[in-house]
Design a protein around this ligand. Sequence first.
Ligand code: CMC
Length: 428
Amino acid sequence: MGDKKAQLSVGDITAEFDVLSGTLGPEVIDVSSLVKTGYFTYDPGFLSTAACESKITFIDGDAGVLLYRGYPIDQLATKSNFLEVCYLLLNGELPDASHYKEFCKMINRHTMVHEQIRNFFNGFRRDAHPMAIMVGVVGALSAFYHDSLDIKNPEHRASSALRLIAKMPTIAAMCYKYSIGQPFMPPQNHMSYAENFLHMMFGTPCEEITPDPVLVRALDKIFILHADHEQNASTSTVRLAGSTGANPFVCISAGIAALWGPAHGGANEAALNMLHEIGDISQIGKYIERAKDPNDPFRLMGFGHRVYKNYDPRAKVMRQTCYEVLEAVGLRNDPFFKLAMELERIALEDDYFVKRKLYPNVDFYSGITLSAIGIPTNMFTVIFALARTIGWTAHWNEMISSPYRLGRPRQLYTGPTERKFVDMHDRV
Ligand code: CMC
C-alpha cells in the first residue's frame, strides 16, 4: 500500500481514504470507512466498484487482454488443456508433470454421480430447459457429499472442487440424454475431459463413438476460453452466496442461475437464434439496417462487448477454431454457416459497426462452433456453466481461504417515509 490518499468533502465533513494499488489495472479508493461519516456510496451495476481483491484473473478491456493467473488466454488456449487450466486457476501455478497426473487421476475418481441422482431427472419434464435441471441437480449435490461440506476445512474445500469439476460434464450430458429420451452414458475415464463429454453426449449403449480429435480440441478450447472472467455477474453471485457460509454446491448452483440470463451466459444461444431468424443471406442487409436503426430495439447478437471495446482476445482464438471445425465437419459450404460468415464479413466492413468498435465476440464464434459440433442450442449455456464452474470454484475458494465478510450492500431508499397503518375499511 502506498501513501496516496483520496479526499472527499461533503458539507462540513472531509474524509480521507487510502488509495490501493494492485499489480495491474486501475488503483482503487478504499471507501470501507466512509460509513463512519453517515454516507454510503451509490453505484448501481457496480460500474465503478471493486467488490473484492483477487489474484485469479485480469482483464484490460481497452487493450484486449485477458490473463489467467498472469498467463495470456491465447497462450493457454493454444498450448494448454482444460484440466491444466483448472489446476492453474485453483492453485495459482501451472502443474509439473507429476502434479498434473495426480490432478487428472483425482478428477477421474469423481466423474460418476451417485445413483440416486438419476432419480432426480425423472421428476423433470422431458422438455425442461437443461439449465433449469442444472440449477436443481448441482445444488442437490450438497445432499450427497456430507463428508466435504465443512467450508473451514481446506481438504473439504479441495474435495468439493474436484467433485464439481469432475461431475459437471456427467450431469450436463445427462440433461441432454434425458431431453431426447436416451439412456445416460457412464463417463469413460480413459478419455480426456472434452472427449469424455462428447462421448457421454453422443454415444449410446448400442454404439460407442470415437469423437473427432478436431472437435475434441475445439471443445477443450471453448472450455478454456470460458473458464473464468473475473468478477462477472455469476462469479459475483457465487462470492455473495459464499460469503454467507453456504456450501460450495449451492453457491455454484446460484452461479448457474445467474449465468442463465441472456445478458450473460445466454448470448451464444441468442446469437444462434438470431441467425436462424435471419434465415437467408439475402435477408442480412435488412437485419443490418435494423441493427443500425436507433428506433429499432433489434441488435446483432454476438457483436459488441461491455468490457472489450477494441477486440475480444477470446474471439480471436475462437474464430480460427470455428473455421477449423466447419472444415472438419464439412459444413464450410452449408447455407446456414455461409450466412453466419457473410454476416461477420459485412459487419466487420460496415461503418456503423467499425466506428463503434462492435466486433464479433466470443459468443458469436462459440455458438457457431457448438452448433457445427452438433450440440443443440439450449445446451450452449450449460456448456458455459460446465466451463465456468472452475472459475466460480476458484473464486469461492479464494474468498473462503482468506479473511472475508458477509456481503451486504446498502441502498438509496426512495420509498414512502414512515406512515400509520390504515384499516381496510378506511382505505380509499
Ligand atoms: N448491434 C447493434 N448496435 C449495437 C450493438 C449490437 N450488438 N451493441 C452495441 N450497439 C450500439 C449501441 O446501439 C450504441 O449505439 P449509439 O452509440 O449510436 O447509441 C453503441 O453501439 C454502444 O452500445 P452500448 O449499449 O453503450 O454498449 P454496451 O457496452 O452497453 O453494450 C453489449 C455491450 C454486449 C450489451 C452490447 O454490445 C450488446 O447488446 N451486444 C449483443 C449481445 C451480446 O452479444 N452479448 C454478449 C456479450 S459477451 C458475453 C460475455 O463475455 O460473457
